[in-house]
Design a protein around this ligand. Structure first.
Ligand code: CUA
Length: 339
């Protein structure tokens, strides 16, 4: 490779890297900008431990540099014979020193571990059941009976209690800005408790390798004001317009395509179908993303997804349905109308 080709290659890699950083700035997957109590505890622990580490590094470096100058042997000078006898004071110092270091790090760590895993949910917590699937997330709100997928809506400044369960393999629930990871294990319920304190949209990601599309198992958490959250809940509780009362011709045709398709055996639409192994589509059109949060919820993307799910998410359980042309457009129009 010529030098010019090499530097061009290097520059394009750098540009790709920098543009990646730019898009990350819009959706920061960072633990260094905590937006919840849990996130802040973990962040403060990280800073505290890092400061102790920095202090130890400084002491070791200074001792090392001093030793180099004080105990070095000049050229031509014979090395002085050293006594191998033990020095009690030194022995005590290097036993007590590291013990203190471990104490300084372990006390706040253990305190944070217990603080972040309260056995009993705080009073007035909002309970949400999180079900991890290969490869998408289901969120059920027992109080309001709302069921949604891949986008978790929660109110700001209210304790949230998540009951995490898995329908297949081990996953891990992780929203970097809202706190630490929690494994989602089949056959048991793990809990996660936190209180978000800044409204906004926070990206999440499955953090435990769970098969082909582990990296495509993303989601979003929308932290909303109590009013916005109440409004969202009300919209999600609404029953979709009955099929025979749809006015738009394309949407009405799409409803028929859906009702006659195998979609109904996996997907639920309130009042239309009862499938439950795939995401609930009752309010699909109200979501900003789709397919495990990997792409924006646009008519184009929905059409691409229905045409060939495996091309977008390897291993996806949804089969290609062989729908084309007007049928496909109508089905997309119907799904997008489900606000
Ligand atoms: Cu689910 Cu990785």
């Amino acid at each position: 490779m010529s030098r010019r080709a090499f530097s061009l290659g290097a520059m394009s890699i750098l540009a790709a890297f920098l543009s990646g950083c730019a898009s990350n700035r819009e959706l920061p997957m960072t633990t260094l900008a905590p937006k919840s109590d849990l996130g802040q505890w973990i962040y403060h622990l990280f800073i505290e431990v890092t400061l102790w580490d920095a202090l130890i590094l400084a002491i070791v470096l200074i001792a090392f540099i001093l030793a180099v100058f004080i105990f070095s042997t000049r050229v031509g000078e014979a090395a002085p014979p050293k006594s191998a006898a033990s020095d009690l004071k030194l022995e005590i110092a290097w036993t007590v020193g590291p013990a203190l270091v471990i104490l300084m790090i372990s006390v706040p760590t253990v305190r944070t571990v217990f603080r972040s895993q309260p056995r009993v949910a705080p009073a007035d917590s909002l309970h949400i059941r999180v079900i991890a699937h290969q490869w998408w997330w289901e969120f059920q709100y027992p109080d309001s009976k709302v069921i949604t997928a891949n986008e978790l809506h929660i109110p700001v400044n209210r304790p949230i209690r998540l009951d995490l369960v898995s329908s297949d393999v081990i996953h891990s629930f992780w929203v970097p800005q809202l706190g630490g990871k929690r494994d989602v294990v089949p056959g048991q319920i793990n809990e996660l408790t936190f209180e978000a304190n800044v409204p906004g949209m926070y990206p999440g990601q499955c953090a435990e390798f769970c098969g082909d599309s582990h990296a495509n198992m993303r989601f979003r958490v929308m932290v909303e004001t109590p009013e916005q959250f109440a409004e969202w809940t009300k919209l999600q509780q609404a029953v979709p317009v009955a099929v025979d009362q749809i006015t738009d011709a394309s949407v009405a045709d799409g409803a028929k395509v859906f009702a006659d398709s195998p979609c109904t055996s996996c997907h639920r639409i309130d009042g239309v179908s009862k499938g439950y192994i795939a995401p609930d589509l009752t309010h699909f059109g109200s979501r900003t993303t789709m397919a495990g949060g990997i792409m924006a919820n646009t008519p184009d993307n929905v059409a691409k997804w229905i045409t060939d799910p495996q091309a977008l998410k390897p291993g996806a359980l949804m089969p290609p349905l062989g729908l084309r042309g007007q049928q496909l457009n109508d089905l997309v129009a119907y799904l997008e109308s489900l606000k």
